[in-house]
Design a protein around this ligand. Structure first.
Ligand code: GDP
Ligand code: IMO
Ligand code: MG
Length: 428
């Protein structure tokens, strides 16, 4: 009985949802600790496809509780929509709870996110326009609305009034757009509070008790380390800490309670949204990876940028996260590529060779990856269920990653289905 953390090591969409779903079958709790409905976690359960944005990916299989903890920013309308979608497919949702401390994404957050993205001359991050950044800004500025506030009419009215004063002035004067009326949103959010009140609970005490009692607790990250507000390619990042460190503040559990730190990486790299991407392939091969890997955003439908595996950034990600178990997904997508490149170093603009990730995002655009080339394989590996069934070159690819990072790959994913895994060591 132990704790498990699943985090993304690249730019998101590594397949965290699939892995969380698989591991959740034996979990007493599955906990989201950061991000919001900017996430898109795809889970195949038999014939059914589910794309979870805000609900923990454990919702389908976890026999215990699914928690949206304090560090998450919650769009309650998106939450209710997702709940009803799951219920329509005949699944239970009575085990889903939200922390009273979680911040609420309000309509003005979504507008602000959208106007900024559409502003000429602005820094276009390529956000999901879900209001994530503006909601976290209000949290830090101490003017945010929390889930618990939806249950208190006076507090909610006062907070909405104060916020609208400032936000409307920004909308009207700066963006030259219409503002939002108090009445338009106050009643609606009060009603939402009433609809959700049976799910709005304190989560940190229960989670700490569960840790004390030795339950299996799985913390599910959204986004990934290269989108981390501190350690990603700032400013082309999301507004939370999708690292293992984010679990402690995002769920209220101590660092000493975290045991199995599972980092998920694709066998290649993808990125959706703007920002540097040293190993990006803007050619036919990149197009092939997008097609074979079906690399289109689960939240926005945007085509994902594709490129070779980048071990320099992966090393940065495993270091910050303290990963002790690696998962490599989508190895099947690389079948049929005769020669595979893996970036192990960068050449800087003044010709220096480095093997660490830089904090200077602007410089990164001019860094040239230095590659090692490995021989590919032609076999379809999607039916492999044991490591030995993999072609030698596929094993060499995995072992190259392990050697560089000094971490064992405990699971290799070879397809989107629940069963398409090669598990080299049982963690649970
Ligand atoms: P997440 O955001 O990290 O949960 O990842 P997404 O769900 O956004 O994107 C991963 C995509 O790859 C989804 O469509 C998955 O169904 C799919 N997927 C996951 N693992 C594998 C795999 O090993 N092979 C293939 N071909 N697809 C996979
Ligand atoms: P999952 O959990 C991939 C990207 C956006 C944008 C940047 C900031 O499915 O891996 P935001 O809306 O968060 O302010 O956008 O982060 N982004 C993701 N990219 N997967 C995600 O989530 C992402 N969530 C945000 O495209 O570049
Ligand atoms: Mg995703």
């Amino acid at each position: 009985m132990a704790t498990y953390v699943v985090v993304g090591l690249q730019y998101g969409d590594e397949g965290k949802g699939k892995i969380t779903d698989v591991l959740s079958a034996k979990s007493d709790y599955v906990v989201r600790f950061q991000g919001g409905d900017n996430a898109g976690h795809t889970v195949y359960a038999g014939e059914e496809k589910f794309v979870l944005h805000l609900l923990p990916s454990g919702v389908l299989q976890c026999p215990g509780k699914c928690i949206i903890a304090n560090g998450v920013v919650v769009n309650p309308k998106a939450f209710m929509h997702e709940i009803s979608q799951i219920e329509e497919k005949g699944m239970r949702t009575d085990h889903v709870f939200i922390s009273r401390r979680a911040h609420v994404i309000m309509p003005y957050h979504i507008l602000l996110d959208t106007y900024r993205e559409e502003e000429e001359g602005g820094t276009q991050i390529g956000t999901t326009k879900k209001g994530i950044g503006p909601c976290y800004e209000d949290k830090i500025a101490r003017v945010g609305i929390r889930m618990v506030d939806l249950l208190n009419p006076e507090v909610l009215a006062e907070k909405i009034r104060k916020n609208l004063k400032i936000k409307n002035s920004l909308f009207e004067k700066y963006f030259e757009k219409p503002g939002i009326e108090f009445e338009e949103i106050y009643k609606e959010f009060l009603e939402i509070g009433q609809k959700l009140k049976h799910r709005i609970v304190d989560t940190e005490v229960e989670l700490n008790q569960a840790i004390h009692d030795g339950k299996n607790i799985l913390f599910e990250g959204a986004q990934a380390l290269m989108l981390d507000i501190d350690f990603g390619t700032y400013p082309y990042v999301t507004s939370s800490s999708p690292s293992t460190g984010g679990v402690c503040t995002g769920a209220g559990v101590p660092p000493t309670s975290l045991q199995n730190l599972i980092g998920v990486a694709k066998a290649y790299t993808t990125r959706v949204g703007n920002g540097p991407f040293p190993t990006e392939l803007n050619d036919e091969l990149g197009e092939k990876m997008r097609k074979v890997g079906q690399e289109f955003g689960a939240t926005t439908g945007r085509p994902r940028r594709t490129g070779w595996l980048d071990l320099v950034s992966l090393k940065h990600a495993t270091m910050i996260n303290g990963i002790n178990n690696l998962v490599i997904t989508k190895l099947d997508v690389l079948s049929g590529i005769s020669s595979l490149k893996i970036a192990t170093k960068y050449k800087t603009e003044d010709g220096k060779i480095i093997d660490y990730f830089t904090s200077s995002t602007t410089k990164l655009y001019n860094y040239e990856p230095i590659y090692e080339e490995l021989e590919g394989w032609n076999e379809d590996i999607s039916h492999a269920r044991t490591y030995d069934e993999l072609p030698n070159n596929a094993k060499k690819y995995i072992e190259f990653i392990e050697d560089y990072l000094g971490i064992n790959v405990y699971l290799v994913s070879v397809g989107p289905e629940r069963s398409q895994n090669i598990i080299r060591k049982e963690l649970f």
